[in-house]
Design a protein around this ligand. Structure first.
Ligand code: HOC
Length: 384
């Protein structure tokens, strides 16, 4: 029962039991040696808290304001693909969990429920993520549909010109669309997952990809992400950002920025926000963690655009550290995905509750009752 989970790590352990290996590895894995994946967690151990004391913390505030909207906590659910393999109608379940926690939900473009349906059924503040595919007209059509559905924020992922080298894909599949025997047997050991996900129509289908895939390849099976990765455009550059800025009237966010100069260029092009990201260690292995570069980016562009980040956030304390270093908000990836895989909407909701209560406790113990008062004076960087 997900209600018994006391930490994101416990939800992760439940998820590992509940879904077949090939699904869990998809959530869990990074690229190549997984150096960035590990560093994303280690980086938090090198930043210590320096609490104040003797401050009345009987009333505490952790809400933030993002793009003119109030959000209940300093985090939101970031875009994660293939949620439909982890829980039935996984995208709707995630969005509904976000709605009940009062935080936004970023819908991946590789979802198995249409963006219109996610907006309608969840009641969440939905943002839409998109990759730049070779087919620019397709990207424009996603933007048009998002606008018509009332979505106000478009998130362009910029770190995926080519698909990262994720070696578990090659291990789990005997051919790109076929699980190997070891994983087929493992699927049979998960009858609950089989019924929840595959009964009665088989593998769920991508709902927002239009003509991007041939009709016989729209089901989310096999190494679907790797196959789809072939339609990413390696030609993505600033001219595309300018083009998207021209056709998208809402807030535009770039996800995958790491360098100050790129953040400044985003400002110059009228972009509204950035998400510092190394894609959860799934793209360029060895890339620095976002917490390494956050202070310099904040110093350069704070006030000119909204600065968010993702990468390795599993504790309220991690989130508080990022806010103290000047971030506007944190995007959750694996933290809520483990919850979803552990117990559907209830599991994702539990993940959000755990993080909310941890943030609240850290604020109290730091003697900082209002999250807006956090700054770097509450932290000290430890020597490596
Ligand atoms: C079209 C590109 O971001 C991941 C996700 C999904 C990638 C989809 C492939 O696996 O990191």
């Amino acid at each position: 029962d997900v209600q018994r989970a006391q930490s994101i790590e416990e939800l992760r352990a439940m998820a590992r039991k509940r879904v077949p290996n090939f699904c869990f590895e998809y959530v869990e894995g990074g690229a190549e040696e997984e150096i960035s994946l590990r560093h994303n967690r280690e980086v938090f151990t090198r930043i210590g808290f320096l609490p104040r004391t003797l401050v009345d913390v009987s009333v505490r505030r952790q809400g933030r304001r993002l793009f003119g909207q109030d959000i209940a906590s300093p985090f939101l659910i970031g875009p994660t693909g293939f949620s439909g393999l982890l829980a039935r109608e996984g995208d709707v379940a995630m969005a509904s969990a976000a709605a009940s926690a009062g935080v936004p939900f970023v819908l991946t473009n590789v979802s198995t429920t249409s963006l219109e349906e996610v907006v309608r059924r969840s009641g969440a503040q939905v943002w839409q993520q998109v990759y730049l595919y070779r087919d620019r007209a397709f990207v424009a059509s996603v933007a048009q549909r998002a606008q018509a559905a009332g979505i106000g924020v478009l998130v362009l992922t910029t770190d995926s010109a080519v698909y990262g080298k994720r070696e578990w894909d090659a291990r789990n599949f005997s051919s790109p669309r076929r699980l190997d025997w070891r994983n087929k047997l493992d699927v049979l050991r998960h009858p609950r997952w089989l019924i929840d996900i595959l009964y009665p129509h088989g593998f769920p289908r991508f709902a927002n990809l239009g003509d991007l895939l041939p009709p016989d390849q729209t089901s989310v099976r096999g190494a679907a992400a790797a196959i789809l990765g072939q339609s990413l455009s390696a030609a993505l550059d600033w001219a595309d950002v300018q083009w998207l800025r021209g056709i998208w009237p809402g807030k535009l966010v770039l996800k995958g920025v790491m360098q100050v100069e790129d953040a400044q260029r985003a400002v110059a092009l009228g972009v509204d926000g950035i998400v510092l990201s190394n894609h959860g260690g799934r793209q360029l292995d060895g890339a620095l963690s976002t917490m390494d570069v956050l202070p310099e980016v904040v110093a350069a562009v704070k006030g000119q655009l909204t600065v968010m980040l993702d990468g390795g956030f599993r504790r309220g304390a991690d989130i508080v550290k990022a806010i103290a270093l000047g971030a506007d908000a944190v995007l959750l990836g694996r933290a809520t995905t483990y919850g979803l895989a552990a117990g559907g909407q209830a599991g994702a909701t539990r993940a959000l509750e755990i993080l909310r209560s941890e943030v609240d406790r850290v604020l109290a113990l730091l003697a900082c009752p209002d999250i807006d008062q956090l700054d770097a004076s509450y932290l000290r960087r430890l020597q490596a």
